[in-house]
Ligand binder design. Structure first.
Ligand code: AMP
Length: 508
């Protein structure tokens, strides 16, 4: 008999293997795998007892707390679909997602209760939600999984333009992606995983299920507070964490930063990590696992698989190679880089094309979004909107988002390439480059730069530094210093910077 692939089975197994061992740490709270299983059983049975049907959506709006982790098992065990909502949205956006997903119930953390619209059934964590779990009948929930392609969760995209889209994950896809994550991050039952990545983002890149699959310990963290992260690394013996490159920058530049006594494995994605950031972070003893993906690919789909022959190279060269996005993860299908006619670009490390993907680790489609799904999958492949080159080794390297690339005098300028050079300046912490309108060239690069605390550097110095590594037309023609605006998942808000660049051009 072939059984259906579902990550729900991971918790059953870890609870059987380690019933009395701590599975989740949340501040002073400690929950064993047996307790976790019991909470998820109650959630599943409670939902079924209240008449929730197969496929009904159940929303959670909470920071990284044990209840949200449990929801990743309890909701699908009831046959329902989890909608983990981004906690940093405005009330109007939360309202849209809850309505669009048709959620019948929302479970909310007390700190976020003000974001939930009136009229929707709401349970509050620590209050009415506890009563709901306590009242759940005895016994196991009825098995409602009919097909491994049933939807397990809906994750809403960040939607920088237009309304967010609801990306549907299947039980099978979540199962396979979680196993890949565990394999590539080298998680095992002795690992201690710190939740620096929001669980609401692609179900924590499927690490909610991956960490559980191997029976590693989850350490919850409601928000990324660098001194607290440094404290927990030691206090809880953390071995693994995940985050966007900006999280690496925050950790490495924190006054608490120090050389680690034992290595910590960091899986990074969400934005291109500049080689200089990889190098600075690894110098502290972190081991970086660089992966790439989108909400539509369950989070990571490619990995810069390390080749031991590269160990011999110097740190700068190693970081340059590690900044590549690599190839398909173990359970994903190979990705392609194609031109406008869906032909593969040559693997010359130079010709840019769009990254397209399909198969096990690509979403089922957008919920209630048939037209958007058809558009995204034109030609039978999911179109990422990311521009990359293919290296002769078969590894991809992202050069830009299609909508962010700069075209100056008819030449393409990869903003990622310019950012890499700027961040290699020792005084620069982070940099973002966008197009600035230019009468003569159409567009010119403008840089927004965040300096290290105490550093003194002016625009002219930084521009001449860039000109030493880049052809003149790629060097920024203007620089503005200050904090970079970011989304809740650590991406620079380039649309906002483009506005600022437009105003700067109008002033000059
Ligand atoms: P999201 O769907 O919000 O997770 O955003 C996905 C986008 O983040 C991708 O389309 C890429 O533009 C960007 N991204 C994610 N990981 C990487 C990475 N490792 N390198 C470069 N860009 C990345």
């Amino acid at each position: 008999m072939i059984s259906k692939l579902t990550p729900v089975s991971f918790l059953e197994r870890s609870a059987a293997a380690f019933p009395d061992r701590v599975g989740v740490i949340d501040g002073e709270r400690r929950l064993t795998w047996g307790e976790l299983r019991e909470h998820t059983r109650r959630l599943a049975v409670g939902l079924q007892a209240e008449g929730f049907e197969r496929g009904d959506r159940v929303a959670f709006l909470a920071p990284n707390v044990p209840e949200l982790l449990e929801a990743h098992f309890g909701v699908p065990r009831a046959g329902c679909v989890l909608v983990a909502v981004n906690t940093r949205l405005l009330a109007d956006e939360v309202d849209y997602i809850l309505r669009h997903s048709g959620s019948r119930l929302v479970v909310v953390d007390p700190s976020l209760a003000h974001l939930v619209p009136a009229g929707l059934r709401t349970l509050v964590i620590g209050e009415s939600y506890e009563e709901f779990l306590a009242a759940a009948p005895d016994g196991e929930p009825e098995e409602r999984l009919e097909d491994e392609e049933d939807t397990i969760s809906i994750n809403y995209t960040s939607g920088t333009t237009g309304r967010p889209k609801g990306v549907m994950y299947t039980h099978r896809g979540a199962y396979l992606n979680a196993l890949s994550e565990a394999l590539h991050a080298k998680l095992d039952s002795r690992s201690v995983y710190l939740w620096t990545l929001p669980m609401f983002h692609c179900n924590g890149w499927c690490f909610t299920w991956a960490v559980t699959a191997v029976g590693a310990t989850h350490v919850c963290l409601p928000k990324v507070d660098p001194p607290e992260v440094w404290r927990l690394l030691e206090a809880e013996g953390v071995t693994h964490l995940n985050g966007a490159p900006t999280v690496l920058v925050m950790l490495a530049s924190d006054p608490e930063a120090r050389i680690l006594e034992r290595p910590v494995q960091v899986t990074t994605a969400g934005a291109p990590p500049p080689p200089a950031v990889i190098e600075r972070t690894e110098a502290l003893g972190f081991r970086i696992n660089h992966v790439y993906g989108l909400t539509e690919t369950y989070g990571p789909i490619t990995i810069c698989e390390w080749n031991s022959a590269w160990d011999e190279l110097d740190a700068e060269e190693r970081s340059r190679l590690k900044a590549r996005q690599g190839l398909n993860m173990a359970t994903a299908d190979p990705v392609r880089v194609v031109d406008g006619e869906m032909r593969d670009v040559p693997d010359d490390g130079e010709t840019m094309g769009e990254v397209v993907m399909r198969g096990n680790n690509v979403m089922k489609g957008y919920f209630a979004g048939e037209a958007a799904t058809a558009e995204a999958f034109r030609g039978g492949w999911f179109h990422s909107g990311d521009l990359a080159v293919m290296h002769p080794s078969g590894y991809i390297e992202i050069r830009d988002r299609a909508k962010d690339i700069i075209i100056s005098g008819g030449e393409n300028i990869s903003t990622v390439e310019v950012e890499k050079v700027l961040v290699s300046h020792p005084d620069v912490l982070e940099a973002a480059v966008v197009a600035m309108p230019d009468e003569k060239w159409g567009e010119r690069p403008m840089a927004f730069v965040c300096l290290r605390a105490g550093a003194v550097l002016d625009a002219a110095e930084l521009i001449s530094f860039a000109r030493r590594s880049l052809p003149g037309f790629k060097a920024p023609s203007a620089v503005e210093f200050g904090e970079l605006p970011k989304t809740s998942t650590g991406k620079v808000k380039k649309f906002e910077l483009r506005e600022r660049a437009r105003s700067a051009a109008a002033r000059s």
